[in-house]
Design a protein around this ligand. Sequence first.
Ligand SMILES: [Zn+2]
Length: 137
Amino acid sequence: MSILEKIKAGLVKFMAGRRGADELSLALLIAGALLSLLSTILHTPVLSLLSMAVYIYTLFRMFSRNLEKRHAENAAFLKFWNGMTSGIRQFFNRLKNMKKYKYFKCPECKSRLRLPRGVGEVTVTCGKCHHAFKQKA
Ligand SMILES: [Zn+2]
């Protein structure tokens, strides 16, 4: 067995039962790099310490054997991230279609609704809570 094969076998044995990098680890690495960059630009050593703490936590997560807990953390992060990016996407979509549609919220359940502009006053029935109300567009 060559030295490289020995190192590879050792790494495989070390990583057995560990998850390695997941989406949250990647996001933490990026956050740590941004904090490090900000600390350099703003000459704030506190941010540098914070970025070190983020890196240490990332390493801890990557080499942790408590897969259930790390999986739950990653799932919570993905839920937050997907919700945020979906909200941003919807915002830009509304901005793009502002001339075509009038956007408003249901007075009962606050879900977002839209009407084509120029239809005048119509009775709208919310698809979510079935509340009917008059709306101008
Ligand atoms: Zn509603």
